[in-house]
Design a protein around this ligand. Structure first.
Ligand code: WT7
Length: 642
């Protein structure tokens, strides 16, 4: 959009955010129009609640009934280099068939369907098929362990699980079906598994319970009526780590979520019919939900979907994909960008990246050095970089630069960004009211660090924590309740500062949540996995800054027996593997340090702050008057790392 249009949009949103969002929502196809835009009763919001719509109709049918009918919806490339292009008409056929498969298996409106897959188009098809019949999907990242899968499936009461025999990752088979079988023993509500065949080896199929995707799809009808769903119908649950051991089932509903992701995809990525949009996130995370599936497809855009690792078979795979398919927009994570920097400029420079016109970043703060490299080496200084801040809970992008047309010296049609500030997420999007405040709710001065809050409900916001509304209230709405601030504010859990120009700089989490490689992990969850190992008495997990991953995990562990009695080097590996099995490989601690005792307060709370200081090599421990046993710190410091 032009700079003038952007400023007008911001003005209209500031003047009346509720009517602003109603206008954005009317860009969607409604089965029955809404009249009530927002009903806010702290801490619950209902958006467009008397309207009806279906997300799969918005992402598929409305493009089939348009000149986009035979346009590519998904361009897929397997790690093994085969490619598939799925047009909107073909997507419609597949989504309808799978909707019928689910209905034939007895799945009803409001039932939960689990999806445990790799990056194959069938994952998106399964999600859209759920949306079509009003089933709520619960996608679990394919890297999670059997236990993590079982926890998420049983917490949500899933009746069907859609999976694959294997997924391909870095040249290896990831045995999804084997893991799903293990998990199934602990999912009492599970009736069926549908298995998409990706590999060649045979897998065990349990009679009556398990069905092959290709068998059931072949006989299913390619027409399926879309359910008429109220705007607040639950679209999906996605589990994310919190500051306690148990992951939170973040619940998103239909009308508000779709409005938010559709609006932000158009605004932040300037999505055009000629674009090929490559969001490198896995569908197992919110970024994959919002910017591989729902946002782009609701606009009739074409997405590039890649199955495998960025360095398979060589460190130039992304650049190879971009040049062969002529990708125009790339959306990836700082941790990936830092790896690319380390692998060297020779990899991108081998390829023609001239098709790119816009670059995006998400998942964690992007350090200015990585930002500049991305801008210079990948974007050839031509492409604006948008650093997008948001969360699983927010549903879609909240704070980001916006690319603008024909500003400055650039010719018409080329883009510059509303702001280019390496390292800052820049401004809240029109319609979003973000602020940085002190613990008392006082606005911070320019440059002063405080808590990032959202002061007004927005359509993509989570509606609750599935099955635990008390936790929803406690985690997000208890810090700034209506007794203290007008209408109550949403606490993001992030620390931030706003500079004199109004740019938002995200500092990082203020709770016991750590961001490793753009993935959010609760330290409590990893600690409880460690403690479940027979040799471990106690564990404390903290983050230390890491050049590539943003943060690395350090686990301090005390053992049940004297530590000299075992081979500690081996035990260290065992513990890392154990966490890998309990949660998944992304949660494995980078360092395990054994200690005789952990620093605690007199009330028994582990003082993680001191451990953080310790790994930084510092001695400025601040106020340690609450520390119960002072000698612990000294011993921890003098302990040689094993
Ligand atoms: C946390 C949310 C949003 C999808 C991926 C992560 C951090 C996210 C940025 C950014 C600085 C960022 C925050 C946030 N974060 N994007 N552009 N700059 N920090 O989703 O797993 O829900 O994690 O990721 O700390 O709270 P998530």
């Amino acid at each position: 959009m032009t700079a003038a249009a952007y400023h007008a949009l911001r003005k209209s949103a500031d003047r009346d955010p509720v009517s602003f969002w109603a206008r954005q929502a009317r860009e969607l196809d409604w089965q029955a129009p809404f009249h009530a835009t927002l009903q806010w009763k702290y801490p619950h919001a209902r958006w467009f609640a008397d309207g009806y719509l279906n997300a799969s109709v918005n992402c598929v049918d409305r493009h089939v009934d348009s000149p986009r009918k035979h346009k590519a919806a998904i361009v897929w490339e397997g790690e093994t280099f085969e490619t598939r292009t799925i047009t909107y008409a073909q997507l419609h056929d597949q989504v309808c068939r799978f909707a019928n498969v689910l209905r034939n298996l007895g799945v009803k409106k409001g039932n939960v369907v689990g999806i445990y897959m790799g990056m194959v188009p069938e994952a998106a098809i399964a999600m859209l098929a759920c949306a079509r019949i009003g089933a709520t999907h619960n996608v679990v990242f394919g890297g999670f362990s059997a236990d993590a899968l079982a926890d998420r499936m049983s917490d949500s009461g899933a009746v069907v699980l859609v999976t694959q025999d294997v997924a391909y990752r870095r040249g290896k088979d990831v045995e999804l079906k084997v893991t799903a079988d293990k998990a199934a023993k602990r999912i009492p509500t599970l009736k069926h598994m549908v298995v998409f065949k990706r590999g060649t080896a045979s897998v065990k199929m349990k009679a009556k319970r398990d069905l092959w995707w290709h068998d059931v799809m072949a006989t299913a009808s390619p027409q399926a009526k879309a359910a008429k769903l109220p705007a607040e119908h639950p679209l999906f649950i996605l589990y994310t780590s919190g500051s306690t051991g148990k992951p939170k089932g973040i619940l998103h509903t239909t009308g508000g979520y779709l409005t938010h992701v559709s609006y932000t995809t158009k605004l932040v990525f300037d999505m055009q019919d000629t674009d090929l949009f490559f969001c490198t996130a896995d569908v197992g995370w919110i970024t994959g939900h919002s910017y591989v599936v729902y946002g782009p497809l609701s606009l009739g855009a074409t997405v590039m979907m890649y199955e495998g690792a960025p360095n398979h078979p060589q460190p130039d795979r992304f650049w190879d994909i971009i040049s062969r398919h002529r990708v125009t927009i790339l959306y990836t994570a700082p941790t990936a960008i830092r790896s690319f920097m380390r692998w060297g400029d020779e990899w991108p420079s081998k390829h023609d990246l001239s098709s790119l016109r816009l670059l995006g970043s998400v998942g964690e703060p992007i350090n200015p050095e990585a930002w500049r490299w991305y801008h210079r080496v990948i974007g050839n200084k031509r492409c604006p970089v948008v650093d997008t801040w948001w969360q699983t809970e927010t549903g879609g992008i909240m704070i980001s630069a916006v690319p603008l047309e024909g500003e400055g010296k650039q010719s018409k049609g080329t883009l510059t960004a509303s702001r280019q500030v390496p390292g800052a997420a820049t401004l809240p999007l029109p319609g979003i009211q973000a602020a940085v405040v002190t613990r008392n709710g006082k606005k911070c001065k320019a440059g002063e660090t405080g808590l990032l809050v959202i002061k007004h409900p927005w359509p993509g916001m989570l509606r609750t924590v599935y099955g635990d509304d008390a936790r929803y209230k406690a985690a997000y709405w208890s810090e700034f309740p209506p007794e203290n601030v007008p209408d109550g504010w949403y606490a993001t859990g992030d620390g931030a500062k706003i500079d004199a120009e109004g740019n938002v700089w995200i500092i990082g989490r203020v709770d016991d949540v750590v961001n490793v490689s753009g993935h959010r992990l609760g330290t409590a969850e990893i600690e409880s996995a460690l403690v479940s190992h027979p040799r471990v008495a106690e564990a404390a997990v903290i983050a230390r800054p890491d050049e590539i991953k943003g943060n690395a995990l350090v686990a301090f562990v005390t053992l049940k027996m004297g530590k000299n009695a075992t081979n500690l080097v081996k035990l260290k590996d065992d513990l890392r593997e154990h966490v890998g099995r309990e949660i998944g490989h992304i949660a494995k601690p980078d360092d395990v340090r054994f200690a005789e005792a952990l620093p605690k307060t007199r009330s028994g709370k582990i003082m993680r702050r001191l451990l953080r200081e310790l790994v930084k090599g510092g001695s400025g421990f601040g106020d340690i008057t609450t520390l119960e046993d002072f000698s612990v710190l000294e011993r921890l410091r003098s302990d040689d790392e094993v």
